[in-house]
Structures are given as structure tokens and as C-alpha cells.
Ligand binder design. Structure first.
Ligand SMILES: NC(=O)c1ccc[n+]([C@@H]2O[C@H](COP(=O)([O-])OP(=O)(O)OC[C@H]3O[C@@H](n4cnc5c(N)ncnc54)[C@H](OP(=O)(O)O)[C@@H]3O)[C@@H](O)[C@H]2O)c1
Length: 244
């Protein structure tokens, strides 16, 4: 039996995680924690914290977990470079799964995107489009960022230099080296991502559409069970699924 704390329990993902965990006979929820609650007092009686909160919160949670030698699953996105470094420091002492997306379908999309970029090569222009609900606080999404990182890696370019966020005004012709990203926001869209490979005469589009948050919650809970007892370090959902 794995003992877990859900951090961000009153949020959209937190509520879904609690509902899914209640149906899992291998999990016990030892804490449902949100803004204003005392996370640290609950840590001694738990194996792993599942964090779906806000980017500023995760480094503090990671630090508390490393003090108590407790595993961590990070779903929160939108971290700054400094926050990322601080979280990675904590991973020297505890195991954590850190994924921009916990769905099986999106992790397959990551794999397919790498393959397609390798096969299609530099004559195809690369663009990513994502759409999320109107309440999402960060852009582009963490999942889109992972897709962009994969594309930049295959192309052998620095993402910061290649990236074009939307386009406006007299932009000039598109260069072959740029990678476009477009973030749409509206309504209650759970999460759509499309990777476009466009060349003269043809276009390939890989699309994933999430219609329920359960797909992320089930994956994150699977990661929580998997991470307990692993050596310290940062693992991805690809590790959990055995896709590496
Ligand atoms: N990796 C994935 O597969 C995946 C999937 C979906 C979403 N996400 C990410 O998960 C995060 C949460 O998404 P969401 O849609 O559930 O957001 P949400 O509905 O805003 O929920 C976040 C919750 O965290 C709470 N919170 C804020 N500060 C806290 C603190 N210091 N301690 C404990 N709880 C705190 C918020 O409280 P207040 O409302 O009072 O601030 C809120 O209840 C986002 O970064 C999102 O991008 C990741």
C-alpha cells in the first residue's frame, strides 16, 4: 500500500486525483492539502507527495520532501529556471517523477514527434499549436514546451534561439530554422496539442486531445506507486512507462 498526499487538493487536478485515488486499492490518501494547510506535519506518515499546484509552490514542497526523505510526483508546470534548479537540487536526496504530462496518449505523442522529426528531416517546417481552458495560468503549456524541446533536440538547435511565439506585423518570410509555438485559450478545453510538419506539397499533423483530467490523474498516481523506493534522481513519465 502506497501512502500519498495530494497537494493542491481543492484544484481541478487535485479533485480528480482524490476521486481516482479513492478507487485504487493500492493507495491510501494520508493528506488532502491546499493553500493554508500544514503539509510538513503530514509528511512523516507518507511515502510520496503528488503536487499539482502553482510553479512557486513546487520548490518549497521539494525541499520539505527531501528533509523527510519522501518521494515526489510533480505535475505542476510553468517553473522558472531558478525554480527548476532548486527542484533538481532536492532530487539529489529523493526520487521524483517530473512530467509535463502524465497521460499515456501524450507520452506516445512525445515518442511519435521524435520519430517523425527524425524521419522527415530539415525540409519540413515545425510548428506547435496548443489550446487550454480559460483558467490556465501559464503559456505555452508544459506539454507544448516538452514537444518543442524534442523538436529542437532532433534539429540540433538551441530552443531559445529557434523559438517564435506567435507572429505579428511584418515578420518577413519564415526561416527554415525557426520553430513556431501558438497558445490558444478559451472555454473548458482540457488540453489539445498539435505538432505540424509542413513542407512544399504536403503536411503531417500529429494531434492529441484530452477530454478528461482523469487521464492525467491516473498516470500521476501510477507514477506515485512507481517512484517509491527508487534511487534519488529525476525520472520522467517515459521512465514510468518503460518507453526510454
Ligand atoms: N503534468 C500534467 O499532466 C498536468 C495536467 C493538468 C494540469 N497540470 C498542471 O497542474 C497545475 C494545477 O492545475 P489545475 O488546473 O489543477 O490548477 P488549479 O485548479 O488552479 O489548482 C491548483 C490548486 O493548488 C492550490 N494551491 C496554491 N498554492 C498552494 C500552496 N502553497 N499549497 C497547496 N496548494 C496550493 C490552489 O489554491 P488557490 O486556488 O487558493 O490558489 C488550487 O486549489 C498547473 O500547473 C497545470 O498546468 C499538469
Amino acid at each position: 500500500m502506497t501512502r500519498i498526499i495530494i497537494n493542491g487538493s481543492r484544484g481541478r487536478m487535485g479533485q480528480t486525483l482524490l476521486a481516482c485515488a479513492a478507487r485504487d486499492e493500492h493507495l491510501t490518501v494520508t493528506g488532502a492539502v491546499d493553500q493554508g494547510d500544514n503539509l510538513s506535519s503530514l509528511l512523516p506518515a507518507t511515502d510520496v507527495v503528488v503536487d499539482f499546484t502553482f510553479h512557486e509552490v513546487t520548490p518549497l514542497v521539494a525541499n520539505l520532501c527531501q528533509q523527510q526523505k519522501c518521494g515526489l510526483v510533480i505535475g505542476t508546470t510553468g517553473h522558472s529556471e531558478a525554480e527548476r534548479r532548486s527542484i533538481q537540487k532536492a532530487a539529489e536526496r529523493i526520487p521524483m517523477v517530473w512530467a509535463s504530462n502524465y497521460s499515456m496518449g501524450v507520452n506516445t505523442l512525445f515518442w511519435l514527434t521524435r520519430k517523425a522529426a527524425e524521419i522527415l528531416g530539415p525540409s519540413f517546417d515545425l510548428e506547435v499549436v496548443e489550446m487550454h481552458h480559460r483558467h490556465k495560468k501559464d503559456a505555452p503549456s508544459g506539454t507544448a514546451t516538452t514537444l518543442l524541446e524534442i523538436l529542437a533536440q532532433v534539429r540540433g538547435v538551441q530552443l531559445e534561439e529557434a523559438l517564435r511565439h506567435g507572429r505579428q506585423g511584418i515578420t518577413g518570410e519564415r526561416t527554415a530554422s525557426e520553430i513556431g509555438i501558438h497558445a490558444l485559450r478559451g472555454g473548458d478545453v482540457v488540453g489539445d496539442h498539435t505538432v505540424i510538419f509542413a513542407a512544399a506539397g504536403e503536411r503531417v499533423e500529429l494531434t492529441h486531445k484530452a477530454s478528461s483530467r482523469e487521464t492525467f490523474a491516473v498516470g500521476a498516481l501510477r507514477a506515485a506507486k512507481w517512484v517509491v523506493g527508487k534511487p534519488p534522481g529525476v525520472y520522467t513519465m517515459q521512465d514510468v512507462l518503460g518507453l526510454q
